[in-house]
Design a protein around this ligand. Structure first.
Ligand code: SF4
Length: 374
C-alpha cells in the first residue's frame, strides 16, 4: 500500500492549523501528502461540527471516498465518537481533536491488519491535552503566513456553541513555546503570523497575559506583521487597544463577535455582556486605534428571537457599521444548552432575517471600502 495521504479540512482556522500539524507528523513518519484524492490510498477528513450543514458536507465527502483507509478526525470525532463507524461503516479510524499526535501510529496499526481477519477499527477521543512538540513540525500550507495556536478549548459555554464539548477545557500554551514556534517559522521564511484561539483575550500563562504576549511578539526579528483571532467582548480591554495602537507590526484589525443586538437574547446565549457594554467597547476601540478595522459574527433565528429582538440586531449593525460580518442562521448543536430550547423561529423566517442583515452589511462594507479609497 502506498504511503500517499489525502487530508481534507473543513471548518475554522483552528482546523487548518491542526491539519498542518498532522501533515507534519505524517511526513516525519514517511508518508507523502497529496492534494489529489484519487492518488491517495489513505484519506483523512478533518471535520467541523459548528453547524448541521458543515457535518452534512463531511458525510457526503466520506461517502464519495474510494481510499483504502479512511479516517474521520476533528470536532465530529469528539461529537460522535464510535457512532461514526455505524453511520459510515467504511471509516477505519476516528481521532479526537486532542489525540491527533497518535494518527501516524494508528494508520500503521490499521495498515498492518487491513484485509486480514484481524482487520480492526480504532477510535481515540479521550486525551485532555496535546504535547507542545506537535507544533514544531514546521509544516505550513502557506509559505509566508502561519497560524500559531496560543490556546486550545473553551469554557465560556455560550449556549449555542458546541466547541467546549468537542475541543475540551481551556488550556494555554506557554509563552516561551509560542515564541519559539514563531522564531522557527520566521527562520523558515514566514513573514506574517496570526495568533489563534477560541478566545485569545483570556490568554494567561506564567504571569503573561494576552497584552504582554503581543508585546513580546512585536519585536521579533524578521516578523513583518501579526494579528490575532478570535476575541470575546467580555475579556477585551482598552489596554489591548492601546497595544494595538502602539505596536507597529500588529494589524489594526479586530474580530469581535456580537452575535445579537438584543440583551434578552445575549442573556439566553450566555454571552456575559450587554448591547451597551459592547457599543462602549467599540467606541473605545475607534478612539484609541485610528482607522482600526472591525468585523463580527452574528446569529439570526436563535430560539425565541422575536421581531423586536431581530430589529435590535439590525439597528446595532446599522449603528456600529462593521467593516465586515459573518452572519449565520441558528442551528441546534448536540450537548448545548440552547439545543434544549424549542427551535421556535421557522426556517423561512431565519432565511428572511439572514438576507436582511446580509444585504444591510453588504451596503455598509461597500461604503466603508469607498471611504477608505478616498
Ligand atoms: S467563546 Fe463561546 S462561541 Fe466562542 S468558542 Fe467559546 S463557547 Fe464557543
Amino acid at each position: 500500500m502506498s504511503k500517499k495521504v489525502f487530508l481534507q479540512t473543513f471548518g475554522c482556522q483552528m482546523n487548518v492549523r491542526d491539519s498542518e500539524v498532522i501533515c507534519g507528523l505524517l511526513e516525519k513518519a514517511g508518508y507523502k501528502i497529496t492534494e489529489d484524492e484519487d492518488k491517495a490510498e489513505i484519506a483523512i477528513f478533518n471535520t467541523c461540527s459548528v453547524r448541521q450543514h458543515a457535518e452534512e458536507k463531511v458525510w457526503s465527502a466520506v461517502g464519495r471516498s474510494k481510499a483504502k483507509i479512511i479516517g474521520v478526525i476533528g470536532c465530529m470525532a469528539n461529537n460522535y465518537r464510535e457512532a461514526i463507524f455505524e453511520k459510515a461503516p467504511k471509516v477505519d479510524f476516528v481521532v479526537g481533536t486532542a489525540d491527533i499526535a497518535k494518527i501516524p501510529a494508528i494508520i500503521a496499526e490499521i495498515k498492518k491488519h487491513k484485509g486480514s481477519l484481524l482487520e480492526k477499527k480504532i477510535y481515540e477521543t479521550d486525551a485532555n491535552f496535546r504535547e507542545d512538540e506537535i507544533y514544531h513540525t514546521g509544516f505550513h500550507l502557506d509559505r509566508t503566513h502561519a497560524f500559531v495556536v496560543i490556546s486550545e478549548g473553551c469554557e465560556n459555554y455560550c449556549s449555542y456553541c458546541v466547541v467546549p464539548y468537542v475541543r475540551g477545557k481551556l488550556r494555554f500554551r506557554s509563552s516561551t513555546d509560542i515564541l519559539d514556534e514563531i522564531r522557527e517559522d520566521i527562520e523558515a521564511g514566514i513573514e506574517k503570523i496570526t495568533l489563534l484561539g477560541q478566545n485569545v483575550n483570556a490568554y494567561k500563562s506564567d504571569g503573561v497575559n494576552f497584552v504582554k504576549l503581543v508585546k513580546l511578539v512585536n519585536p521579533l526579528q524578521g516578523l513583518k506583521e501579526f494579528s490575532f483571532i478570535t476575541s470575546h467582548p467580555k475579556d477585551t480591554s482598552k489596554e489591548l487597544f492601546q497595544a494595538m495602537a502602539d505596536l507597529e507590526k500588529l494589524k489594526k484589525c479586530l474580530h469581535l463577535p456580537i452575535q445579537s443586538g438584543s440583551d434578552r437574547i445575549l442573556k439566553l446565549m450566555n454571552r456575559n455582556y450587554t448591547r451597551k457594554s459592547y457599543i462602549d467597547l467599540v467606541e473605545d476601540y475607534r478612539r484609541i486605534v485610528s482607522n482600526g478595522e472591525l468585523s463580527t459574527d452574528i446569529i439570526v433565528g436563535f430560539p425565541t428571537e422575536s421581531e423586536q429582538d431581530f430589529q435590535d440586531t439590525y439597528d446595532l449593525v446599522k449603528e456600529v457599521e462593521f467593516n465586515s460580518a459573518y452572519i449565520f442562521k441558528y442551528s441546534p448543536r448536540p450537548h448545548t444548552e440552547a439545543a434544549k430550547m424549542a427551535d421556535t423561529v421557522p426556517k423561512e423566517e431565519k432565511e428572511k432575517r439572514h438576507k436582511l442583515i446580509l444585504d444591510l452589511q453588504k451596503k455598509i462594507s461597500h461604503q466603508k471600502k469607498c471611504q477608505k479609497r478616498k
